[in-house]
Design a protein around this ligand. Structure first.
Ligand SMILES: [Zn+2]
Length: 351
């Protein structure tokens, strides 16, 4: 392969640049057909596990194994994500985080969420944010905490948002029944993201636009989107992408669970819930509601490319999450992908 094409940030948006691997010459794309498009490695800020490994119960060697597998999958960085659980269970999970170039910290999802929108989060551990000193302080003060998903309408949530945003933890509304006004109050306190927008939040209504309306219109703001084509329809995703193009951003996340990479029909116990793996999804055995996704960002990138084009996919999976995490270094990983299907052709680690 002597000619590949890089998609790099230009003055307005992304520019396509031809890169000749034999001579090292770069010029613009207009002449000739590219053999593929080169984009930075995936950055996934919402990831519970994959290949049978769940962050809440994984050992450190298992987490390392997960990192090595994800490196083959084109990942540059991810945030292992906890679920609603006791403080001691969360502490145990984060104590098993290895030092690894793929791990960029962790995402605390719950337990400070709305009991009305638990999704597959274990309901019995849902709490209001603590007032004063608590057993959660050690977690709140952990330098590796990068994102917290909480419901901004809960008593004490605004205080917690102020406290954490002050030290640059990204506060993200999710599993929330917030009205538009409650989301706005959270935003005023420092809330900057929405977690898996549309899923597990008060839906849009034309007289009460709710958390979804806020996720589309607040600025500055970034909205997470699970794009496995199961959690959110292509049309709803288009609404979010087009709305946020005006003055904001969308971040693709996998919300991957231990079910990713397992055979459809596999039964498993996840977060103490009986679940069944489907085709690119995982559902509760009891009732059939979605229990998270069964895709990684590699699949999400392909879906986005097929439905919205490779530039949108690169923005959502590579560039916007880099910006959100404040990563300013050059990418360490470059993925060569098909411009039509978004399938990963090869992944390169740059030393
Ligand atoms: Zn999640």
């Amino acid at each position: 392969m002597s000619q590949i094409v890089a998609l790099t940030p230009g003055e307005d948006g992304l520019d396509l640049v031809r890169f000749d691997t034999a001579t090292g010459e770069m010029n613009d794309i207009k002449k000739g057909e590219p053999q593929g498009v080169l984009v930075p490695g995936w950055i996934d800020i919402h990831f519970h596990g994959a290949f049978g490994i769940d962050f809440m119960t994984a050992t450190m060697p298992e987490m390392k194994e997960l990192c090595n597998t994800l490196a083959q999958d084109g990942y540059e960085r991810f945030l292992p994500t906890t679920v609603t659980a006791s403080a001691s269970d969360v502490k145990r999970a984060i104590s098993n985080l290895p030092e690894h170039r793929l791990i960029g910290g962790f995402h605390l999802e719950g337990p400070f969420i709305s009991p009305e929108f638990p999704g597959a989060q274990p309901k019995e551990f849902i709490l209001n944010p603590p007032e004063g000193d608590s057993e959660w302080d050690e977690i709140f003060n952990d330098k590796r905490l990068k994102v917290i998903t909480l419901a901004p309408e809960l008593p004490g949530a605004v205080e917690l948002i102020k406290r954490l945003s002050k030290r640059k933890v990204i506060c993200s509304m999710g599993h929330t029944n917030a009205t538009y006004a409650e989301a706005l109050a959270g935003h005023d306190a420092g809330l900057l993201h929405s977690t898996h927008t549309f899923n597990a939040m008060r839906p849009f209504h034309h007289r009460e636009p709710g958390a979804v309306g806020a996720a589309m219109t607040l600025t500055p703001f970034r909205a997470e989107l699970i794009y496995d084509r199961v959690h959110v329809s292509p049309e709803a995703a288009l609404v979010l992408i087009q709305t946020r193009l005006v003055d904001g951003d969308v971040i693709a996340v996998s919300d991957s669970t231990m079910a990713s990479g397992l055979e459809p029909g596999t039964k498993l116990k996840m977060w103490n819930l009986d679940c069944v793996v489907g085709d690119g999804e995982v559902r509760l055995a009891d009732g059939g509601s979605l229990a998270g996704s069964a895709v990684t960002l590699r699949n999400v990138f392909a879906n986005l490319t097929q439905d919205f084009g490779v530039e949108v996919a690169a923005n959502l999976c590579c560039y916007t999450p880099r910006e959100a995490l404040g990563i300013t270094d050059h990418p360490e990983v470059w993925n060569l992908v098909s411009e039509e299907t978004g399938e990963l052709i090869e992944t390169y680690l740059v030393d």
